[in-house]
Design a protein. Structure first.
Length: 600
């Protein structure tokens, strides 16, 4: 009977394990009997196994044939039909192999990702807006150094848009660089520019098997900047093994919870807490994500009183769970966070609004995206009165049948001194205004249209813009069909002030719209040293000579390291505009030159 007692104990343990495991599974909401498999036929009762050494009787024949060979039967919880199966007899262990067979990792990788589905590291990117050879044969280390030296955000919305399109594009990997590292460097600059969605799209274009330590670090930031902790899950185990960073250890229990494995999530979180990989606020945010994954056992309250800074981990998990971030921490986190917040779909439109206008001025959001956001706010009954009034004025400016009423709405939106974001917001409403003389807001109408690149619409106002006005100067720079050459009198007659006059001259000269004989005398008169050179101008000239528009865009960004347009040297603007025009980016060059007048 000892053998039967052991068998009974094993059966009870197995039944207990089944019950414990079932606690971690979601409870079915189906009526009883739905979705359950048909119960197996109840096996006939068998006798307990005889003691060792007792001869086993031969199976008896039945009317239907010989008895089947003995097979284990799963224990049942029905006491009336409980069956105790014999324990297996002891069997010798297999002899170990003298030398283990080596694992062919290439063969294993083929099962994970077949060859036809793998992506090459020789060309990595998310869009086709820019030619793959935009950087030509430029040295990879040199390009990476330029990216690291570029401070963001840039003062120019249009240069930021050009740089985003360049960095996100599917580009050839320079010789001597690992394609994953090259993607990481580009994504890191995009994150600093506030372009979190573009950065995430870029890092996800590299297969997991090809990740490098640098790409793991940047991917961690990209996923959190978009509020997407689930994006960490395909990378968490390898990321921890490769970088040994505590953030990846904390990501593992989150991923276990999101996969429905609550037991592993709780055990992993406890292990992280014991090893002190993270502070209390980081652990509580992780616990909140675990709870959101359906494996929580209690509500988690996030308190920020003792938190002195907003890290990328705190930003990403707070965004993912809807935890409100204190304004003081957000303001101290850096300008790139403004772009990240504007792109977070899980935030309420009211919360996104404050960041959205600033992000639009930086080039992160388009005119259409900003208008759409106000449209959502207009349809929300809980929208604050100020935002609702702006949304109503915007609707009037776009849709009212009376042009005078639309113009009055534009005046209210712009206010006394409009910021550039409001010009972006009203770009297509400005297009709807009929071209006529005597409109005092012609400067703002033209600036608004050019903020969205509507250059031909703005050029329609050329005959109505007073000579020497800002509108006149912006049209002179932005008109794609202009054939006129401007002279010294035109530049000297521009009434925008000394700073704008220098920028106006630099833009015209860079676009080749000043008579050649007037360029040098005007440069000397205005104090714009367009003829001097340094390492930056020489690098820009080489990139132009080699036909590298990507390198030119990157060098343009490094040459525009200023807090605002008034800090951009006119000589640098001249070089940037001329170089962009020389490599086939005249449209962007015209918009950047006109933007200088609108924002300086």
């Amino acid at each position: 009977m000892r053998t039967s007692s052991k068998a009974l104990a094993a059966a009870l343990l197995a039944a207990t394990a089944v019950a414990v495991t079932a606690q971690d599974r979601p409870e079915s909401i189906l009526p009883p009997g739905f979705g359950d498999p048909a119960p197996p036929p109840r096996p006939a009762a068998t006798r307990a196994a005889p003691p060792r050494g007792t001869p086993t009787p031969a199976p008896r024949a039945t009317a239907t044939g010989p008895a089947p060979a003995s097979t284990p039967v799963a224990p049942t919880n029905d006491p009336a039909g409980a069956v105790v199966q014999p324990l297996p007899l002891d069997t010798p262990s297999p002899s170990p192999t003298a030398s283990p067979t080596p694992v062919d990792r290439a063969a294993l990788a083929a099962y994970e990702m077949p060859l036809f589905a793998r992506r090459s590291l020789s060309r990595v990117g998310a869009t086709d807006e820019v030619a793959a050879d935009a950087f030509g044969d430029a040295d990879g280390g040199y390009l990476e150094a330029l990216m690291r030296r570029t401070a963001a955000p840039l003062p120019s919305r249009w240069l930021s848009i050009l740089l985003r399109r360049t960095l996100t594009a599917e580009l050839d990997t320079p010789a001597g660089l690992n394609g994953a590292d090259y993607a990481a460097e580009r994504a890191w600059l995009l994150l600093r520019m506030g372009e979190s969605v573009a950065a995430q799209a870029l890092v996800q274009r590299v297969d997991n098997a090809d990740y490098t330590p640098k790409l793991y670090q940047v991917a961690l930031n990209a996923m959190l900047a978009t509020g997407d902790p689930a994006g960490l899950c395909p990378l968490a185990d390898a990321g921890l093994a490769t970088t040994r960073e505590g953030a990846w250890a904390l990501a593992q229990p989150i991923c276990a919870a999101l996969a429905g494995n609550g037991r592993a999530a709780r055990a992993g979180l406890a292990a992280v807490r014991r090893r002190r990989f993270a502070s209390d606020i980081d652990l509580r945010l992780a616990q909140k994500v675990i709870g959101a994954g359906g494996q929580g056992r209690q509500a988690v309250t996030i308190e920020w009183d003792m938190v002195d800074r907003l890290t990328i981990w705190r930003f990403g998990l707070a965004a993912a769970t809807g935890a409100a971030m204190p304004d003081a921490l957000v303001a101290a986190a850096g300008p790139q966070v403004t772009g990240w917040r504007a792109l977070l779909p899980m935030l309420s439109p009211a919360v996104r609004l404050a960041a959205a206008e600033t992000a639009a001025a930086q080039g992160v959001l388009s005119n259409v995206a900003l208008v759409d956001l106000y449209g959502v706010l207009a349809a929300d009954d809980d929208t604050a009165s100020t935002a609702r009034a702006t949304a109503e004025d915007l609707r009037t400016a776009y849709a009212d049948a009376d042009a005078a009423v639309r113009l009055a709405a534009l005046r209210r939106l712009w206010g006394g001194e409009p910021n550039y974001a409001r010009l972006v917001l009203t770009a297509r409403a400005a297009v709807r205004q009929p071209v006529r003389g005597g409109v005092e807001e012609v400067d703002r109408l033209v600036a608004a249209m050019l903020a969205a690149g509507l250059d031909r619409s703005a050029a329609r106002w050329a005959g109505m813009a007073p000579a020497g006005s800002d509108a006149w100067a912006m049209i002179a720079l932005a008109d794609p069909d202009a054939r006129r050459r401007f002279g010294a009198g035109d530049v000297q007659g521009y009434g925008g002030g000394d700073v704008k006059r220098r920028l106006f001259f630099a833009g015209l000269a860079g676009l080749g719209r000043i008579a050649t004989a007037d360029v040098t005398p005007l440069a000397q008169e205005l104090g714009v040293p367009i003829g001097t050179g340094d390492s930056w101008t020489r690098a820009l000239d080489r990139a132009v000579d080699d036909g590298q528009p990507g390198t030119v865009a990157l060098l343009a960004a490094t040459g525009m390291q200023a807090a605002g347009w008034r800090g951009v040297p006119p000589a640098a603007l001249y070089r940037i505009v001329a170089a962009l025009r020389a490599v086939g980016l005249e449209g962007e060059a015209r918009m950047i030159a006109a933007e200088a007048i609108a924002r300086a």
